[in-house]
Design a binder for this molecule. Structure first.
Ligand SMILES: [Zn+2]
Length: 166
């Protein structure tokens, strides 16, 4: 006959401690630097200037459009677009006012930034109006008037091309 004590031993054996479920989470936490981008070669390869950018007139690097001096080569940009751009038509139109208001004959020049020249043209035309009374003004007034318009137009163009620094 089996004793009750033997039965008790058998049941104890089934109670084996199993702790295999506690698998370490370290495997999931493998430290992979996914952020390691391939930025070593090629220098980005960005060869299209954005709307606010332009090519340097000297070295061809992409620089800010409003940059007066290239940060790469240090060369001053010929065309500083935007603020200093002059409209030749507007300049000519302003000097054209001189036909009706002689003292404003240099308005286009003043618009271009040549204030002294503009004032001089105005004074010349004021004198020419007076000269009309002695007939010679009939010749000099229209001539100077046309010249101021021509000058205002051409100067604005030359400013835009960088030939003249005002
Ligand atoms: Zn440059």
């Amino acid at each position: 006959m089996q004793s009750t004590a033997d039965v008790a031993e058998e049941t104890d054996e089934t109670a084996q401690p199993e702790e295999e479920a506690a698998q370490s989470d370290d495997e999931a936490a493998q430290s992979e630097d996914v952020t390691a981008q391939s930025g070593g070669s090629g220098n980005g390869g960005r060869d299209e200037p954005r709307p606010d950018e332009q090519y340097c007139s000297s070295c061809g690097e992409i620089i800010k459009a409003e940059a007066r001096i290239c940060p790469h080569c240090g060369v001053e940009q010929k065309k500083s677009a935007g603020s200093t751009e002059k409209d030749p038509g507007v300049a000519a139109l302003l000097s054209g006012i001189g036909f009706f208001v002689p003292i404003a004959a240099g308005a286009g020049q003043i618009y271009n930034g040549q204030v002294g020249k503009g004032i001089a043209f105005g004074l010349i035309q004021a004198v020419n109006v007076l000269l009309v009374f002695v007939l010679i003004g009939f010749v000099t007034f229209p001539l100077v008037a046309i010249y101021t318009i021509y000058d205002a137009y051409k100067t604005a163009e030359r400013i835009n091309e960088g030939e003249i620094q005002v």
